[in-house]
Design a protein around this ligand. Structure first.
Ligand code: ATP
Ligand code: MG
Length: 717
């Protein structure tokens, strides 16, 4: 046994070993990127197991399914045969909620609404309740509700603020929306955490039971927890305060989803006697990369300074390249990758290309295809979001949860059954009057006021179809979906159509059947329709990312968290993109953008290229791009500055003099786009010379690290 332990502890430095060997009591591992935080989590789990802790007493929480899967795999490697519960917060929430659904007034077979389903519900509520929403869009109202939920403010507790007209709209919509969700036995994503947090707060016996069940709780990426997650973790660590949180405040990038930096910053205060371990050695990146990242993040004021060093080589200088336009940018990147692969120097999976927003991926995809470079784009949800897939899954949802009104509305006339708007309005009114779900109301279609006999009969036929499908819902998921598409006539309609698109819809549905079969095989019949649906509901962006295939990875900066690649390209390092234009008026958001850039840079192991262009097509317009202000905050004098082959010789820095109002926008449709004046500025070749001359955009003086705690004393309101 001793040798097994030795093996577990080799390849760990002293600080890491100390963290891994820690058993009881709260533990905070506060450390920068690439310092082995995630490694410590997996090794610590293995160590706990080796000390005789039961696998069932350990709970490890992460933010993405991919991270959970990876962690599970590593634990399996270190401690073969042990099955520890490693989960995302949302899946964990869903599972707990199924166990205790009645405590929050849900049916056990509740549906988890995705964003579009919950938006649909919200709109229905606003219509039905005739709530005046002023000029606020459903999206604005939804984000108001979401942010309240993330702060753990329930519908009953929500108080409008007199200074915010939006909040008084939210105050009216939120309770009605929540009621409608409950009536449909449905939850939205935020509810998965809110309900669980609330249920733990309101039911001391349940809390105590779960606290004791999960003796050891480990959380990776703790800096991204919101208030609801904080409360859940707190509730599970009262009697057995063996909570181990790992995180890096500088990598907190989910403020827009309610992540609260205070959670990590106040850990020591909240958990008395917490042991705090700092990991200071970075094993991932070259010195050059680490230095750039460190200088950049040093411009954030709301932070604690961390020491981070590496024994890795200095490495190649970071490349900072300006291209004429995005095609030149994309082609150059594709060519560089192609060359490196062809020369045998690297393989495709060594490369990652990051962008701030998905819309920027198109030219890169095109260029990689043209250069025959294999790549994978990480862009989750898409498959399950396709109309035909959502349609078919809606049948399954309705079978699983007959109260699900969104699923009813989606399926009742798809494929068309001649059930029109009028019929549905009458049905909706009837249901609303009696507070019944739509499917329930449709059962009594004969009694519905003002409904023609024919229409009533059609509704009854639909009910009969659902009943028939429900009767056979217990088998393998593939069979359930198979009978849905045949009995409902959905498949036949696509087969009969000679529309090209319907042919591809049909192919997608076949793909769904394959997906279901794989699910059945994976769980060997131990998991049914509900578990399958849950998997489709809780997909993440990175789910489809294959880390074992030899392809270049394309992803957003947000998706890149926690990952690492030998070579990283970060494109469109331009003002308005990174930092995102939304952040221009708000220091806090600007700091989050800076953290996002920091996350991107610190994914790179050996090589990093930052690029920008002179002219960018963006949102249907061609505009002069302005270099990102973040570039001015990095040691560009030590970077290898380059104007990219095939690009115009331009001086990216000169544009700093332009105030944003004077950005030149050219409408490509209006007139032939004027050629940008090619300025051959041969004299200026390196960014270094420029950085020295160019006045820095005004920044407020930096706070000393110690000012920080003062800044943050305001605890959750
Ligand atoms: P991030 O903040 O980006 O999530 P992290 O702190 O979680 O980073 P890890 O991903 O755990 O860092 O580790 C970074 C890399 O360093 C990994 O490839 C890991 O295998 C390696 N590594 C960690 N600790 C050691 C060590 N003691 N010796 C050698 N390599 C190590
Ligand atoms: Mg990590």
């Amino acid at each position: 046994l001793q040798t097994a332990l030795d093996k577990l502890l080799e390849n760990l430095n002293d600080a890491q070993r100390e963290a891994v060997l820690h058993v009881d009591g709260p533990l905070l591992i506060l450390a920068g990127p690439g310092s082995g935080k995630t490694r410590v989590v997996t090794h610590r789990i293995a160590h706990l197991l080796s000390r005789g802790v039961y696998a069932s007493q350990i709970l490890a929480l992460t933010f993405t399914n991919k991270a959970a899967q990876e962690m599970r795999r590593r634990v399996e490697n270190l401690a073969p045969g042990q099955r520890v519960w490693v989960s995302t917060f949302h899946r964990f929430g869903a599972r707990l909620l199924r166990e205790h659904a009645d405590l929050v007034g849900l049916g056990q077979s509740f549906t988890i609404y995705d964003t579009s389903d919950s938006r649909q519900t919200l709109k229905r509520v606003i219509e039905a309740e005739k709530i005046p929403t002023m000029h606020y869009t459903a999206d604005r109202i939804a984000s108001g509700i979401s942010s309240a939920k993330n702060k753990l403010i329930t519908a009953d507790e929500y108080q409008p603020r007199s200074s915010s007209p939006l909040s008084s709209v939210v105050a009216r919509v939120y309770p009605a929306y929540q009621q409608r969700l409950l009536a449909s036995s449905a939850v939205d994503f935020d509810d998965l955490l809110l309900h669980v947090a609330k249920l733990l707060k309101d039911n001391p016996e349940v809390r105590a039971e779960l606290d004791s069940r999960f003796r050891y709780v480990l959380v990776d990426e703790y800096q991204d927890t919101n208030r609801a997650q904080y409360v859940i973790l707190r509730a599970l660590s009262l009697d057995y305060p063996n909570l181990a949180a790992t995180g890096d405040p500088d990598q907190s990038i989910y403020g827009w989803r309610g992540a609260d930096l205070n959670n990590i910053l106040d850990f020591e205060q909240d958990y008395g006697q917490a042991k705090v371990i700092r990991l200071e050695q970075n094993y991932r990146s070259t010195k050059a990369i680490l230095r750039a990242a460190d200088t950049l993040i040093g411009h954030n004021q709301r932070r604690k300074k961390k020491a981070l060093f590496t024994e890795n080589d200095e490495g190649q200088p970071i490349r900072l390249v300006t291209y004429a336009d995005q095609d030149a940018e994309a082609n150059s990147i594709a060519r560089q990758i192609q060359d490196a692969i062809e020369s045998g120097e690297r393989k495709a999976s060594d490369f990652a290309i990051f962008y701030r927003i998905n819309a920027l991926s198109r030219s890169i995809e095109r260029a990689l295809r043209a250069h025959r470079v294999p790549f994978q784009m990480v862009r989750g949800q898409e498959f399950y979001q396709r109309k035909e897939i959502k349609d078919v899954l809606a049948y399954c949802q309705l079978i699983n949860n007959p109260k699900d009104d969104v699923a009813f509305e989606r399926t009742v006339n798809s494929p068309t059954r001649g059930i029109g708007k009028k019929t549905l309005e009458a049905l909706g009114d009837h249901a609303y009057r009696y507070g019944a779900p739509l499917l329930e109301a449709a059962r009594e279609s004969g009694l519905i006021e003002g409904l023609a006999k024919r229409s009533a009969a059609k509704l009854s036929q639909f009910v009969a179809l659902i009943d028939k499908l429900t009767a056979h819902a217990g088998g393998p998921v593939e069979e359930v979906i198979g009978s849905v598409i045949s009995e409902s006539g959905y498949r036949q309609r696509l087969v009969d159509s000679d529309d090209e698109e319907d042919a591809s819809r049909l192919a997608n549905i076949e793909e769904l059947l394959t997906d279901a079969r794989q699910f059945d095989e994976e769980f060997e019949g131990e998991a049914g329709l509900e578990e399958y649906l849950e998997r489709t509901w809780l997909v993440n962006e990175t789910d489809n990312w294959e880390d074992d295939s030899d392809k270049v990875t394309l992803m957003t900066l947000h998706a890149a968290k926690g990952l690492e690649f030998p070579v990283v390209f970060l494109v469109a390092v331009e003002d308005g993109i990174l930092p995102h234009e939304r952040s221009s008026m708000d220091t806090q958001q600007l700091e989050e953008e800076r953290r996002l850039a920091f996350v991107g840079i610190t994914r790179a192991e050996a090589e990093l290229q930052l690029s920008l262009v002179r002219l960018r097509d963006f949102r249907g317009q061609r505009r002069m791009a302005v270099p990102s202000s973040f570039l001015m905050e990095m040691p560009t004098h030590e970077m290898q500055s380059d104007h990219g082959s095939g690009s115009l010789e331009v001086d990216p820095w000169e544009q700093f003099d332009l105030p944003p109002e004077e950005e030149v926008w050219v409408d490509p449709n209006a007139a032939p786009a004027p050629e940008p004046e090619p300025r051959i500025s041969a004299a200026i070749t390196t960014a270094a010379e420029l950085t020295d001359q160019t006045p820095r955009p005004a920044t407020t003086p930096k706070a000393s690290p110690d000012d920080f705690s003062l800044d943050m004393t305001v605890r959750h309101p």
